[in-house]
Write a protein that binds this ligand. Structure first.
Ligand code: GTR
Length: 358
C-alpha cells in the first residue's frame, strides 16, 4: 500500500488548514493546540476534569530487597481533593535500587491489579526502569455506572453531550500518579513514559496529549478512537465502538457513528498534540480489529508537526512494510510484531530499546 496515495483516497482533514488559521511555525501550532484539545473534548472523550486541589499518597506496604535484591516493591493509595471532596485509588510501584543516577519510569495503566504476563516486572527492573501500575478498574468501573470510584466525584450529568467519558477519567488518574512521581527526585522526569494497551492505549494517548509531563507515550494496539484513522478503517468503526462502549466517550461522539466523513478531525490530530514529545507505538500483525495499517497512516500524518519543531517524526519507506518490522530512527517509534492483540514482553522491550536511545 502506497502511503501517500492511500491518504489522498481517504480524504482526511489537515490541521494545517481545517481551523482556518495559518500553521507554519511551532508557535502557530502551540497556539492551535488548545483548540485541538477542545475539539477532542467536545466531540469525542468529553471534558477532561481539571487538576485537583491537592494530592497525597499513603504507603500501604513496602518490601525492600525485592526482585532478587535489585529493587523495592510497594503498594500505595493516592488521595486527591477535588472541589472540596476526596477521592482515592490504589496503585503499586516496582523501583530498582537507587544508585545515584535518576531512574527512568513507566506509569502503566493496566487491566490487572496484580502485574501478570502483560507487565514483565523483573525484566523492567533488570533494565533499570521503575514501573508504577494503576489498575484502571480501581479508578472507576469499565461500564456505564458513573456512581462509583472517581466517577462519583468527577462525573458530569450524561445528558450533557460533552460529559466526561470513562477514558478521560482513567487518564485523569494517570496524571495524578505523575503528580506524585514529580514529588520524588530519584526519578528521571525526562524519561517519564506512560504505557497502556488497547482501551488503555487510547487512555495513554489522551493522557500524553493533555499532560506535557509525559515524555514517551507508549500506545499499544490502541486502534479505533486511539491511534488509528477512523476514516476508511478495515477494522472497528465508530458505530462498533460507540454501540458497545458508549460510556468511554461523551454522548456527542455518537453522531459520528456510520458518519466518519463528517468528523471535523481524525485521530492524527490527537497524535499531533503529543509532538514534539515521543510517540512510541506498537501494533500486531493479526490485530485486524485495531487496523495496523490505519494506525501507521495516522502516524505518518504527524510528521509535518514534528518538522515545525525541527524534529524528524517517523522515518518510513513509501510503502507500509511487511510485518514484522520496527522503525525507530526518528522521534517516533513504530513497530508491528507478529501475533495478535496483547501487550507482550516483546512490545515492552521495543519500547525500552527506544527510550534507552534518548
Ligand atoms: C475491544 C474494543 C477495542 C479495544 C479492545 C480492548 O473490544 O472494541 O476498541 O479497546 O476492546 O480494550 O481490549
Amino acid at each position: 500500500m502506497n502511503i501517500k496515495e492511500r491518504i489522498k483516497e481517504l480524504n482526511v482533514p489537515s490541521l494545517f488548514t481545517s481551523f482556518g488559521r495559518p500553521v507554519s511555525t511551532k508557535e502557530d501550532f502551540e497556539a492551535l493546540k488548545p483548540d485541538i484539545l477542545d475539539l477532542f473534548q467536545r466531540e469525542e472523550y468529553g471534558y477532561m476534569p481539571k487538576a485537583p486541589d491537592s494530592v497525597r499518597v499513603e504507603v500501604i506496604d513496602e518490601k525492600k530487597q525485592f526482585f532478587a535484591g535489585k529493587g523495592k516493591n510497594a503498594h500505595y493509595r493516592l488521595y486527591a481533593t477535588y472541589e472540596g471532596r476526596e477521592l482515592s485509588f490504589p496503585f503499586s510501584a516496582a523501583t530498582p535500587n537507587y544508585t545515584g543516577s535518576k531512574i527512568p519510569v513507566f506509569v502503566n495503566i493496566a487491566f490487572d491489579p496484580t502485574p501478570n504476563f502483560r507487565q514483565p516486572t523483573t525484566e523492567i527492573i533488570d533494565r533499570g526502569y521503575a514501573v508504577f501500575t494503576v489498575c484502571y478498574k480501581d479508578c472507576t468501573s469499565d461500564d456505564g455506572d458513573f456512581e462509583n470510584g472517581v466517577a462519583k466525584i468527577l462525573g458530569m450529568d450524561r445528558s450533557d453531550p460533552h460529559a466526561t467519558g470513562k477514558i478521560a477519567m482513567w487518564s485523569w488518574c494517570v496524571s495524578r500518579v505523575i503528580d506524585y512521581i514529580y514529588t520524588l527526585d530519584i526519578f528521571d522526569h525526562d524519561k517519564l513514559a506512560v504505557i497502556g494497551h488497547s482501551r488503555l492505549g487510547k487512555t495513554t494517548l489522551l493522557t500524553a496529549a493533555f499532560d506535557e509531563r509525559v515524555k514517551f507515550a507508549c500506545v499499544n494496539d490502541s486502534g479505533n478512537s486511539g491511534d488509528a484513522l477512523s476514516r476508511g478503517t478495515a477494522g472497528e468503526t465508530i458505530a462498533d465502538i460507540t454501540k458497545r462502549f458508549p460510556y468511554w466517550f461523551c454522548p456527542a461522539y455518537q453522531k459520528y457513528a456510520g458518519n466518519e466523513d463528517s468528523l471535523p478531525f481524525d485521530q492524527h490530530y490527537l497524535l499531533s498534540a503529543v509532538a514534539p514529545r515521543a510517540l512510541v507505538i506498537g501494533t500486531a500483525k493479526d490485530d485486524l480489529w485495531a487496523d495496523p495499517k490505519n494506525e501507521f497512516l495516522a502516524l505518518t500524518l504527524t510528521n509535518d508537526v514534528y518538522k515545525l519543531y525541527g524534529k524528524v517524526g517517523l522515518i518510513h519507506p513509501e510503502e507500509i512494510p511487511e510485518a514484522p518490522f520496527k522503525l525507530q530512527e526518528g522521534s517516533i517509534s513504530f513497530h508491528t510484531r507478529l501475533g495478535n492483540h496483547c501487550l507482550s514482553r516483546e512490545d515492552w522491550n521495543n519500547y525500552m530499546d527506544f527510550i534507552d536511545k534518548f
